[in-house]
Design a protein around this ligand. Sequence first.
Ligand code: DGJ
Length: 729
Amino acid sequence: MIIHNQQTMTFTLHTRSTTYQMKADGYQTLLHTYYGPRIRDCDMSCLIPYADMGFSPNPHAAGNRRDYSLDFLPQEYSTCGVGDFRLPSLELELPGGSHTASLRFAGWEIRKGKYTLPGLPAFYGTAEEADTLVLTLEDAAAGVAVELYYGVFEEFDLITRAVRVINQGSGNVVLCRCASLCLDFPHANLDFVTFHGRHTLERCPERAPLRHGVQAAGSTRGASSHQQNPFVILCEPDATEDAGLCYGAMLLYSGNFEAAAERSQYESGRLVMGIHPYHFRWTLAPGEDFTAPEAALVCSPNGLGQMSRQFHRAILDHLRRDPFQHKRKPVLVNNWEATYFDFTAEKLVNIAKEASSLGVELFVMDDGWFGVRDDDNSGLGDWQVNEKKLPGGLGALVPQINRLGMSFGIWVEPEMVNEDSALYRQHPDWALRVPGREPARGRNQLVLDFSRQEVRDHIYSQLKAVLSSAPVTYVKWDMNRSLTDVWSAALPAGRQGEVYHRFVLGVYDLLERIRQDYPHILIEGCCGGGGRFDGGMLYYTPQIWCSDNTDAIDRLRIQYGTSFCYPVCAMGAHVSAVPNEQNGRVTPLETRGVVAMSGAFGYEMDLGKCTEEEREIIRGQIETYKARCNLLHYGDYYRLSDPFQPGPFTAWEQVSRDKREALVSLVTGCASTGNVFPPLRLKGLDPALQYRVNGGGLYGGDVLMNAGYLLPPMRGDYQSVQLYLQAEE
Ligand code: DGJ
C-alpha cells in the first residue's frame, strides 16, 4: 500500500510487516524518514535531529539556518558537490565540467501494478499484486531529472527500487555513477554481512560491525563474480536467524557492481548499491535517458531466516520465469564430470541409457560437442555440431535419447571465443581487446564484444539453428572467464566507459531473444560454477549452477551461504562420483543425494560405473526427490545450523506453506566417539499440530520446536538423515 499525505508531503510504503517513508521537506529536499517494522501513518521526520554541525555546509536556500545540512540529513538519493560528503548515489559531469548536482522534489505518481524496466531484469507483478510509486527530482540548473521508482509487494515485505536519469538540457551530460539504491539509517550500530568466495567456494557469509568510513563489496570482473555477491545485509548486532532487525539488499544485475556501506561522523549509516563506478561513464545526449538496474529490499523484524524466506518467495513467484514454475523439475544427468571432452555419441547414449533405467528424465550434453573442441583451446564461437564426434548431428543423437524416455539438453558458452576458431579468424575485432595490446587470456579464450548488435545477431543465428535442429528442452548457458581489455571497436574513445554495461545489456538481450523463441526451454545459468549467481540472471535463467565444486561437504557451506537470498530450487546441485573431482573427499552416496536434492537436482557421473547396491540407492533418491520436490523447492526454508561454526552436523528444513508437511535434512561431520547429538529443535511448524516423523512416532509441533527431536545414532564420517514430517488431525 502506498500512501501520500499532501499536508506533510510524506510518502509511506506499507508492506505486511514493514513501513518505508520519505518526505519532501520545505526546501524540496527528499528526506528518508523511516524504514523498519510496520507502524501507523505519521510523519516520521519528527525524529530527525536538527543541530548546528560544525564544518557541515548549509544549502544556500536554507539562508542563515546552520542546523540544516545535507551532511547529516537522511537522504533518499544522495548526490555530489552540495554538502553531503557521505557516499554519493549520483555523480554527473555537466556540460561546463562541474560535478555538482542538487536534486529537488518535483512531482509524484502512484500506479497500480509493478513498473517494468526495458531491457533489464525486474520483479514483475499485476495490479492486484504490486503498486508503483514514482518520485521525480529535478536539478533545474543542470537540466537533469531523476525518477525514483518504488515497487511495493505487500505480501512479501519486498520493496524494489530503480532510477531513471533524463537529460533535459541542451548539452551532453555524463553519468559517472548512478546507483540503484541509497538507504540511510538513523544509527550505524549495525553489522554488515557480505558474501565472499572464489571459484569452487562461492558465497561464504562474512559479518562485521560497520566501522567509521566506507566498507564495500563489489566486482570489477565484468560478471557479478565468485568473489563477492550483489546481495548484502545490514542487521542489528544481536540479530540471529530467528530474532532481530535485518535489512537485505539485492541488486538485479550481472556485471560490475558495488555495495558500499558507511558509518558517518554523526553515527548514522548509509548503504549505496549499484553499477560499480570503475570504468563507467555513460554519455546522455540532450533528450536521452539512462535506467539503472533494479535493487530490491526486504526488512525483517524477526531475524535473518524470515528475511531469506521473504526473498525466496518473492524470487519464486515474481522474478524467475521458469517453464517449470511451481512444478516439479526433471531429474537430469550431465556428462561433464563423467567424460569431460572425451565422448562419442555412443558413450553419451550409454550414459543416458543407464540414467533412464534409474529414473533420470533429462540428459544434458556438456562442453565439447561443437566446432573443433577436444580440449579448451579451440572451438568457442563455432556453434555447429562436430559431426566427427556426433555423426548426423543432433538430428541423429536426440531421437536416441528421446526413445529412452528422456528429454535432451545442451551446453553453450555464447559470450566467448577461442582464437583458434573460424569465428575469430573471420572477425578478430569482435573480441574485446585494446588496440596495440595483446589481450589477456582466461581459460585460453577471449570475450566477445556483446555490446555490439551484429556480434549478438551472429551468435543468435547459430544458436537458433542448433536449437531448432532437434527437440531441445534445456540449455546450460556458461561463461568461463572474467572480462579484461574492455574496449569496443564499435564505440568512440569517449564512450568506452559504456562497454561493461552494454556488454551486460547485450547478454540480457540475447537471453531474452532465446527465451521468447523457445519459452519451453529451461535455461540454467553458469559461470565457472557460481560466478554469476545473481538476481539479474535469475530473471532469464531460473536456475544457476551453484558451484563447480560438487563435494557434498563443501556444498553444505556453498548452499547455506547462497540461501540467504536465493531459493534452493534456483541452485543447480548434482551428485557426482567419489573421490570428489575437486577436493578428493569421499562421502557416502546417500549424503551426496541429500545435499543435491536441496537444489535443482541431478547427477554428474557415469551411472554405468555404479554397483547394483549404488543403483538401488540412486533409484531411492530419485523417488524421494520426485515425491518431495514440491516441499523441497517451494516450501519455506529454515537454516537449523551454521556449517561455518564448529558443530557435529549441518541441518536445514523445508516446511510446506500450509505447515502440514516438512522435510528435515541433516549431514554429520567427521565421526567421533561419544558423538551423542543433542535433540534437534525444528522451526516453522504449527505448534498446535501433531506430526508423524518418517511414518513412526507422533510428536506435537510445539514439542518438536521447543524440545526437539532425538536423532538416531550415526557412525562414520559425513552421514546423513532425512526426516519427513506429516501432520495428522
Ligand atoms: C564450467 C562449468 O561450471 C562446468 O560445469 C562445465 O560446464 C565446464 N565449464 C565446461 O567447460
